[in-house]
Design a binder for this molecule. Structure first.
Ligand code: T3D
Length: 261
């Protein structure tokens, strides 16, 4: 059984974490497959939106701790190595991908699994899901970008408590705090997330990519630098086919047919 399932539906791709019996926690094999799947979506010019979800009752419980069982006489693994070869490239691949990435959180998301979700552009979760910054529970710090994303999403006070206490936060609370976009009924996740993917794949992909870059970069830019970046993006998009299509469709009172060019 492969630990990652990739399915293409016309203009968008779904990536499913598939180790349900271990809450889709990351083994070395799964890491390689997931990074490969995300990179393929990024490189695929026909793919205009990506949906990441999990199989079974959990979304992802982070690093598979069975693989980390301390053994007498065996040197501990280098976390510098796993972070630099998998967790960091994964976060950057999602964040820098020039198309929207949706995360459909089907159950508990813990450790690097929670932060994989936070790296995505639009996160929806079933009401029964919970998010756990589990790292300090086992003597580690948040990784996969969690300590960067969390305070920006929920504010410093909540981020500190979540990280230091390692307590779960429900999907409803996460949505109320602005950590995720929406909490939905458990039996509606697939319908809502796939219709979101369809919808985003039909939107002007170049504009979404430039908007994503602006939102990514704005948090660290001065206003002057940011206005210059907005201007450059708008100037580029003003010459795109999708802009001409959008304006024509508006003036002719019809639905635009965006091609992503
Ligand atoms: O290592 C490096 O490279 C450094 C990078 C680290 C990145 C990280 O992600 S560190 C954080 C690792 N993850 C955790 O610490 C989370 C550990 N799991 C939990 O805290 C809880 O299991 C959950 C909050 C995720 C879910 O709780 P609950 O009560 O819904 O389920 P459970 O009963 O605890 O777990 C169900 C089963 O999944 C259970 O196995 P069993 O008893 O049925 O045989 C449990 O052991 C297993 N499981 C859950 N998480 C992991 C796991 N097995 C291996 N690794 C896991 N991370």
């Amino acid at each position: 059984m492969t630990s990652i399932i990739t399915e293409t539906f016309g203009r968008w791709t779904r990536i499913t974490l598939n180790r349900p019996d271990r809450l889709n926690s990351f083994t070395d094999e799964m890491k390689e497959e997931l990074l490969g799947a995300v990179s393929s979506c990024s490189d695929d010019g026909d793919c205009r939106a990506v949906l990441i979800t999990g199989n079974g009752r959990g979304f992802c419980a982070g690093q598979d701790l069975e693989e980390r069982k301390p053994m007498d006489g065996v040197e501990a693994p280098s976390f510098k190595n796993t972070l630099e070869t998998f967790y960091n490239p994964l976060t950057l691949a999602i964040r820098n991908m020039e198309k929207p990435v949706i995360c459909a959180v089907n159950g508990v998301a813990a450790g690097a699994g929670a932060n994989l979700a936070l790296a995505c552009d639009i996160v929806i979760a079933v009401r029964s899901a919970k998010f756990v910054q589990a790292f300090t529970n086992i003597g580690l710090v948040p990784d996969t970008g969690g300590s960067w994303f969390l305070p920006r999403l929920v504010g410093d006070a909540r981020a500190r408590a979540l990280v230091m206490l390692g307590l779960p936060v429900s999907a409803e609370e996460a949505a109320n705090w602005g950590m995720i976009w929406q909490a939905v009924d458990d039996d509606k996740l697939e319908e809502i997330s796939t219709s979101l993917a369809h919808r985003l794949a039909d939107r002007p992909t170049l504009a979404l990519a430039r908007a994503k870059a602006l939102l990514n970069n704005g948090v660290t830019h001065s206003l002057e630098k940011h206005l210059a970046e907005e201007t450059e993006a708008q100037d580029f998009l003003g010459r795109s086919q999708d802009y001409a299509e959008g304006v024509n469709a508006f003036l002719n009172k019809r639905t635009p047919n965006f091609t992503g060019r």
